[in-house]
Design a protein around this ligand. Structure first.
Ligand code: FA5
Length: 332
């Protein structure tokens, strides 16, 4: 009997050690250690033995069960490591595509648009400037001639950041604060464009996102007029959209420009879409940045980059620009 138990033990330990998968191991464990296993069968036979033999057979049965359980535990640990390696291999991402950059994958439509517009403006003699996305009240509002209780502050629903005093730090609602940063650090003449991401606490729909992009343009020099503004916008529209597109300027209001206008473009279906705001830099804004408004004048505009890109490429819903659907992204 003892020999039989030892033979069963050796056979079971080698079968458990060779289980190919976690499922196979489970099946084997039930077969070799379960209620209907040979080992359990021996226990039932022990009733007819004398005490001495019972002790010996019982000891052999316990040793066999321990050895088999240990073999199953060791094999389970190995198989779990193998299974996790397989999982990691199956879910592996080929990051060499990202590393290879332009050759393998490609830039997002919005990034392509930023680069294309930068090229248009650099070709016209502008430089490119950047500012932070988390702004203070001074740069986002106050220096731009928004009085403390000015209703125009509500035109741009603001995300406030829990830093500093109440309402002191914001996610910038437009790229116009970069105008202030440029003027604070550079004396005229200034010819700068400033692309970047902006944030507004508003509900999203086909033409509105809560996180979107603008490109700001600022010129400050002697003798700058509204004619320079209109001419620059016209030049840029033709360079970006092509000669067949129609655009218009409508009178509007911004606290930081006077006079102010809104810039619309006509879609191929004849409807108009507001692309941005513009105007002559308000004298208070120049003074806030230490520039003498008697000596210098300037113009500025801020356009919605997502709307620009979507309009030119026939994307009818801006929310698609935030999608990760490769079939959408691959079109551009
Ligand atoms: C401004 O943000 C001003 N800073 C523009 C400006 C700059 C005026 C310089 C004068 C001088 P406005 O809130 O209208 O203005 O936004 C400008 C453009 O951003 C809009 O015309 C639109 O194209 C785009 N835009 C505004 N809100 C959204 C939004 N929620 N989603 C996508 N694009 C938006």
């Amino acid at each position: 009997m003892i020999d039989d138990i030892r033979r069963i033990q050796a056979d079971a330990v080698s079968r458990l050690g060779a289980a190919a998968t976690l499922e196979d191991l489970g099946v084997l464990e039930r077969e070799l250690l379960g209620k209907t296993s040979e080992l359990t069968g021996f226990k039932k036979l022990m009733g007819g033995l004398d005490n001495e033999a019972k002790r010996e057979v019982g000891g052999a049965l316990n040793a066999a069960r321990e050895a088999m359980t240990a073999a199953a535990t060791a094999r389970r640990a190995d198989l779990e490591i193998l299974a996790s390696r397989h999982r990691a291999e199956a879910e592996r991402l080929d990051l060499s595509e990202v590393r290879a950059g332009r050759d393998a994958g490609h830039l997002h439509l919005v990034t392509q648009t930023i680069e294309e517009l930068e090229d248009v403006f650099v070709g016209m003699g502008f430089n490119v400037a950047e500012g932070p996305e988390v702004e203070d009240d001074w740069h986002n509002f106050t220096a731009l001639n928004f009085g403390e209780y000015h209703p125009a502050r509500d035109m741009q629903d603001t995300f406030f950041v829990g830093l500093g005093g109440p309402r002191e730090v914001v996610m910038r609602t437009h790229t116009s604060p970069v105008q202030i940063r440029v003027m604070e650090h550079q004396a005229p003449p200034i010819y700068s464009v400033m692309p970047g991401r902006v944030y507004r606490n508003e509900a999203t729909d086909a033409t509105h996102l809560a996180v979107f992009h603008q490109i700001e343009c600022l010129v400050v020099d002697r003798g700058i007029t509204f004619g320079h503004l209109a001419g620059t916008i016209d030049r840029f529209t033709k360079a970006y959209f092509g000669p067949g597109w129609t655009s218009r300027l409508r009178p509007s209001y911004f606290p930081f420009t006077e006079p102010s206008a809104e810039f619309d473009i006509q879609r191929p279906d004849g409807t108009w879409l507001e692309l941005g705001g513009c105007g002559m830099v308000h004298p208070n804004v120049l003074s806030n940045c230490g520039i003498d408004p008697e000596e210098f004048s300037g113009f500025a505009f801020g356009f919605g980059l997502d709307r620009l890109a979507a309009t030119r490429h026939g994307v009818t819903d801006l929310r698609e620009l935030a999608s990760t659907d490769i079939r959408f992204l691959e079109q551009f």
